[in-house]
Design a protein around this ligand. Structure first.
Ligand code: PLP
Length: 397
């Protein structure tokens, strides 16, 4: 009754909003400590240097009180933006004015939706796609078009065909260690896609949340760097996976013609990103050897990934997945089971993974699960895989 009553007041834009199964799952796993979770994309908090973190927080409170506890510039704390430009942006021709700090890169996605998408605007997405992007863009009610993917990036024939048949306004892509598929686009495909997008005048929203999480420390060139027209690409970055999601800080590189309006939209969202957290992060980065820290997390995640791969090969050899080059996940096909049934049954055994259809516009008949390897300890991962194995064997026999 109550729900119906509320429904009549909802704005039309709420009709396409999807809730995140991952967030719902996180709630269960937080409230019940017996759950073993392969679900979240949680970086491992033990990799954060606590002494540097304490010093940075103390310094902010002791000597930056006037600035840290005030409203700040909407585009972000200038010294932090300069650091982002120096350490995390490889694209040439950008200056500090191009960097806008956002409340997580997730806010960047919402602002870009508001900036670029009207009802029925054609927006191209990878299949599967990062669920948070669907959540951010859906309220603007664009027309989503799904692009078939291959192990090294988009299927170029399909991309060419879509671009010649439809007027695509923007393409949202997560080309390095994609969440959830782990796909990393080859350099050749980055170049080809840049060419095709230039030819058809398409805006690219390049989400590089995992760029610095290559297991071997490689850094792929952005697609933006291959585009003829620099005004047609926004690149999103994040501190969540490199440092901590608790800061809720990310950034967007915004081409000059859009900077004023982008900042004005951000003002409507939150005036400015958390000023205290920006200044603590600035002090942390001043004293952190960032290259050393990145090598540490990269090798830790490599080790964790190898362990999960080893467990799956040992207990569940029939599973199908690509060995990823970086990131936090495996994208695993479970043959001959229904995704829904598998999910229900593993929950009974107090273990969770994210069902693949959460990341799709149209459900797939094949059962896929996204499995995170960065958070659980080795013994917990093994126990989790044993529980999953027991469920899988029970269903297929
Ligand atoms: C591909 C991708 N983009 C953006 C985000 C949002 O990250 P944040 O808002 O923490 O920067 C995530 C988070 O998991 C992600 O996986």
């Amino acid at each position: 009754m109550e729900t119906n009553f509320a429904n009549q007041f909802f704005a039309e834009r709420t009709s396409g909003i999807r809730s995140s199964a991952i967030r719902e799952i996180l709630k269960i796993t937080v409230s019940d400590s017996e759950f073993l979770s392969f679900a979240g994309g949680l970086p491992n908090p033990s990799l954060l240097p606590s002494d540097l973190l304490e010093n940075a927080t103390e310094k902010t409170i002791r000597s930056m009180r006037d600035v840290a506890f005030q409203y700040g510039e909407s585009a972000g704390y200038k010294a932090l933006r300069e650091m982002i430009l120096e350490h995390f942006i490889c694209d040439e021709g950008l200056d500090v004015g191009s960097i806008c700090i956002t409340s997580g890169s997730q806010q960047g996605l919402d602002i870009l939706g508001k900036l670029l998408m009207d009802q029925k605007t054609n927006v191209l997405l990878e299949n599967p796609v990062y669920l948070g992007a669907l959540q951010a863009f859906s309220p603007y009610r664009p027309n989503f078009i799904s692009l078939p993917m291959e192990v090294d990036g988009p299927n170029l024939n399909a991309l060419g065909q879509i671009l010649s048949e439809k007027k695509v306004h923007c393409f949202y892509a997560n080309p390095s260690y994609q969440n959830p598929s782990t796909c990393t686009w080859s350099i050749a495909k980055r170049k080809e896609v840049a060419l095709l997008l230039d030819e058809h005048g398409v805006i690219l929203l390049e989400d590089e949340a995992y760029r610095h999480l290559d297991f071997m420390g490689n850094l792929y060139p952005s697609i933006a760097s291959y585009r003829r027209n620099g005004d047609l690409t926004f690149v999103l970055g994040s501190f969540s996976k490199m440092i901590s999601p608790g800061f809720r800080l990310g950034w967007v590189t915004v081409p000059k013609p859009y900077q004023k309006i982008f900042t004005a939209i951000k003002q409507g969202n939150d005036l400015n990103s958390n000023q205290f957290s920006q200044i603590v992060l600035y002090h942390l980065l001043l004293n952190l050897d960032i290259q050393k820290h990145l090598r540490l997390i990269q090798s830790y995640y490599l080790h964790q990934k190898n362990y999960l791969v080893h467990l799956l090969n040992e207990y569940l050899p029939e599973l199908i997945f690509q060995d990823p080059l970086g990131g936090l996940f495996l994208w695993v096909e479970y043959p001959n089971v229904s995704e829904k049934k598998m999910m229900e049954r593993i929950l009974e055994k107090k273990v969770v993974m994210v069902p693949g259809n959460e990341f799709r516009l149209e459900p797939s008949p094949k059962a896929f699960f996204r499995m995170n390897f960065s958070f659980l300890k080795e013994a917990e991962m093994e126990e989790g895989v044993k529980r999953i194995n027991a469920v899988y064997r029970d269903i297929i026999t």
